[in-house]
Design a protein around this ligand. Structure first.
Ligand code: COA
Length: 323
């Protein structure tokens, strides 16, 4: 049997920090409200001209360095994003070329909103397990600030920009024990950027390229669904919550994270939390959190990790991984 394991991680955040105090000047909100309702203190924002691929390239280089592999060693690049550089080429193709990966290696984007990294990881794991690749770069990178309506206090306070990456390699022992993906398109209206290229540029309005969300309904659905997904993931592996060392959740809102930790009976000390300083970076949030937990020494080799995400679509996904 061939499995895949994580051999390296990397991440990158833009330099510019935007605090809650700055948002107080833009919309009718307060630092206290944002912290209490979301746990967010600040987020990073890309510079003018800085693109999704720039974040992805930096995160990927850091991941390859930590895995001690060269770009030529990578067979497959899967990039989760909902804020690509261009309609095409895919951001994955741009990143493949910029990194100096082998011409002819496989590279593509995956669009699953905030679950983008979990979708990308699932696909790369299946490629490796079925012999389609020996080494894969799995990236989540987003410039969410480009799709924010800075007049909408229900959304502009939540999101930030960043990139994270992992190198997956073929292994004889499982790293990834299982991963689980789901989607349900009937909730489109609850969380959407409602303009797309097939509507034609003439249909674009200043608002249509921006996120709209019915936050309270998304919140309730996310809490319920993430709880079910935790059960599904543990049951698929005949494990209990006591077998999990770390929860590495998508970082949307500290209250959603707390609810999932409670469901697992885990203390918040066993949860990698970055939401206070990153906000919701969509596809980038899990690999950013994973890299932080590994680099600061909390997550150790051999420990069991539960990764989970929920996002627009709706989409949701999880993975149980021995690091
Ligand atoms: N500052 C101050 N007040 C705000 C506010 C802000 N930034 N945003 C909303 N409010 C107000 C609302 O207008 C509402 O006022 P009203 O009672 O006078 O109508 C009140 O706060 C409560 O709004 P509600 O939407 O019920 O708040 P909430 O506790 O659900 O928190 C979110 C709002 C957006 C923080 C929360 O719903 C959330 O995080 N949802 C999930 C978002 C998410 O994770 N999305 C991405 C999934 S990947």
């Amino acid at each position: 049997m061939t499995y895949s394991r994580i051999s390296g991680t990397g991440s990158y955040l833009p330099d510019r920090i935007m605090t809650n105090a700055e948002l107080e000047a833009l919309v009718d909100t307060t630092d206290a409200w944002i912290q209490e309702r979301t746990g967010i203190r600040e987020r990073r924002i890309v510079a003018e001209g800085q693109l999704c691929s720039d974040l992805a390239i930096r995160a990927a280089r850091a991941a390859m360095e930590s895995a001690n592999v060269q770009p030529q060693d990578i067979d497959l690049l899967v990039l989760g994003t909902c804020t690509p550089d261009q309609i095409f080429p895919s951001t994955a193709c741009l990143v493949q070329h910029a990194l100096g990966m082998r011409p002819g290696s496989v590279a593509f984007d995956v669009a699953a909103a905030c679950s983008g990294f979990m979708y990308a990881l699932d696909i790369a794991d299946r490629y490796i397990r079925t012999g389609g690749a020996r080494r894969a770069l799995v990236i989540g990178a987003e410039t969410m600030s480009r799709v924010l309506n800075w007049k909408d206090r229900g959304t502009c306070i939540l999101f930030g920009d960043g990139g994270g990456a992992v190198v997956l390699e073929a292994a004889e022992e499982p790293g990834i024990y299982s991963s689980h993906l789901h989607a349900d398109g009937q909730y489109e209206e609850l969380l959407t950027v409602p303009w797309g290229v097939s509507q034609g540029l003439e249909c674009a309005t200043p608002e249509s390229g921006k996120i709209t969300m019915r936050g309270n309904e998304v919140f309730k659905f996310a809490v319920r669904t993430l709880g079910q997904m935790v059960d599904e993931t543990l049951a698929a592996n005949n494990m209990t919550r006591n077998d999990v060392d770390w929860l590495v959740p998508h970082q949307a809102n500290i209250r959603i994270i707390q609810a999932t930790a409670k469901k697992l009976g885990m203390s918040m000390d066993q949860v990698i939390q970055t939401v206070a300083y990153h906000g919701n970076t969509s596809s980038a949030s899990i690999p950013l959190a994973l890299d932080e937990g590994i680099r600061d020494g909390r997550i150790k080799r051999g420990q069991m990790l539960l990764l989970e995400a929920f996002g627009g679509g709706f989409t949701w996904g999880s993975a149980l991984i021995r690091y």
